[in-house]
Design a protein around this ligand. Structure first.
Ligand SMILES: [Zn+2]
Length: 303
């Protein structure tokens, strides 16, 4: 497995490690970094910019979340294992070689094939106040209308968590999802990414600022993530970005073998905004079908 890596270095400045394709079936970030790879010259950089357009090429070619080589979720492989599977060896290389070089780590995601996200920049709330402030400012520089604080409801071993543990400024995204990438999402991803690189000081250029403030939302409670209680055919009843009220029907599961049976409603446990919904129509019991986020001011105890 070959993983192309570009290193552009010029003068003094920060070191930024920019990556996508952690999950293979998440493409806008891969496109954005491929474009930067061809467009940028070392003279455009102040400091050191390391580009990895695709961390998981076999999964990207196969349009899968997991690596077909070893069945691993790359974003559950950290800190890695130098004598493990291909995914674990690459995770170890990032943990021990590339992360220690970096001041800023950027890992671009989408909802993959399974979830369609409102395009957002997102981050963890890290405990260190200085690191948290730097991450909030960098996340806002992505220029998305909504920014999202998320929780790890599905396991450990995440790339951002290892980079955060090493004290890095970590910036991530959920740039839509499903199998369709609208041109507007590509544009948002590429414009936001360039602006973050200018914000970080590694790319020369003019910094764009938003006219309206970013709307911050969070989904930190496991209940904010709604799962299918049964397998069936899912009908979405709200779109990402829509407001939802407590008890509202988010979607309905139909039963192909039982047309007489009433569809099973998946309800909002609380009011908020739908930040992500199910992309493919067929669902299996336990699939995440909706995520509800709530307004928050993450700066309130960070200023
Ligand atoms: Zn992902």
């Amino acid at each position: 497995m070959q993983v192309p890596i570009a290193s552009l270095r010029n003068g003094a400045g920060p070191t930024v490690l920019l990556m996508a394709g952690n999950h293979g079936d998440e493409y806008p970030g891969q496109v954005a970094i491929l474009n930067l790879w061809r467009e940028l010259r070392a003279g455009d950089v102040s400091g050191h910019l390391i580009l990895i357009p695709c961390l998981n090429p076999p999964a990207a070619h196969a349009a899968t979340r997991l690596s077909p080589l070893d069945g691993k979720n790359f974003n559950r492989c950290f800190p890695g294992n130098p004598v493990g599977t291909p995914s674990e060896i690459l995770a170890d290389y990032l943990t021990t070689v590339l992360f220690p070089l970096a001041d800023v780590v950027i890992d671009l995601h989408t909802g993959g094939r399974s979830l369609t996200f409102l395009p957002t920049a997102h981050m963890h709330l890290v405990p260190d106040p200085a690191q948290r402030r730097a991450m909030l400012a960098a996340t806002e520089a992505f220029l998305t209308d909504v920014a999202f604080l998320y929780a790890d409801v599905a396991g450990t071993g995440l790339l951002p968590v290892e980079a955060e543990r090493q004290g890095k400024i970590v910036i991530t995204t959920e740039m839509g999802g499903g199998e369709v990438v609208p041109a507007s999402v590509h544009r948002l991803c590429q414009r936001g990414l360039r602006n973050v690189l200018v914000h970080c000081g590694v790319l020369q250029g003019e910094l764009e600022t938003r006219t309206a403030p970013v709307r911050w939302v969070q989904a930190l409670d496991r209940e904010d993530y709604r799962f299918a209680p049964e397998s069936g055919l899912y009908e979405s009843c709200v779109d990402p970005g829509d407001p939802v009220s407590k008890g509202q029907t988010l979607g309905r599961i139909h039963f192909l073998e039982r047309p007489d049976r009433e569809p099973l409603a998946v309800l909002a446990h609380e009011a908020g905004m739908l930040i992500a919904g199910r992309a493919p129509s067929m669902v299996k019991q336990g699939d995440c079908v909706a995520c509800i986020a709530h307004d928050v001011d993450p700066w309130s105890d960070s200023r």
